[in-house]
Design a protein around this ligand. Structure first.
Ligand SMILES: Nc1nc2c([nH]c(=O)n2[C@H]2C[C@H](O)[C@@H](COP(=O)(O)OP(=O)(O)OP(=O)(O)O)O2)c(=O)[nH]1
Length: 130
């Protein structure tokens, strides 16, 4: 049976722009170098907000405030399944440092579809585009 992960992803908006991050190499070629929202797996005992605050601090060295829920997506990849909660957030610091990603872009909602998103993110991007 495939592993099932609960994942949180931060939609960080600054003015009109949203933070998009590019993953690096991966043993799973279908997510390697894809674009995503920062975040990661919820660990046992954590709330979604606690997990997201921890992940964003690890990945980007910034603090965030979680403002609300955007969309939850369930997606089956060839090797595992994720339930991903997309949460709207605000960054509490200006400068970010990429600890785990290979690139980042701040894009307006109408520019989001120019990136090659991880498949699970497509419904989030569509919802953001309205
Ligand atoms: N963070 C994040 N993960 C996503 C997104 N879209 C998507 O398919 N994923 C997948 C990729 C990973 O398989 C999984 C999240 O795991 P991760 O590797 O980022 O998180 P983690 O740091 O907790 O994991 P680990 O390497 O410690 O095991 O969800 C997204 O927008 N953000």
């Amino acid at each position: 049976m495939k592993k099932h992960h609960e994942v949180v992803a931060a939609i960080i908006q600054r003015g009109e722009e949203i933070l998009c991050l590019q993953r690096g190499a991966s043993k799973y070629e279908y997510i390697a170098y894809k674009w995503e929202f920062p975040g990661g797996k919820v660990e046992s005992g954590e709330t979604q907000a606690q997990a997201l605050i921890r992940e964003i601090k690890e990945e980007l060295a910034i603090d965030i405030q979680v403002d609300g829920h955007l969309l939850t997506v369930e997606h089956e990849y060839p090797d595992f399944i994720i339930t991903m909660h997309g949460l709207r957030c605000t960054a509490l610091n200006e400068e970010l440092v990429l600890h785990e990603h290979t690139g980042f872009k701040w894009l307006r909602t109408e520019q989001l579809q120019t990136l090659d998103w991880a498949a699970a993110d497509v419904p989030l991007v569509e919802k953001l585009r309205g």
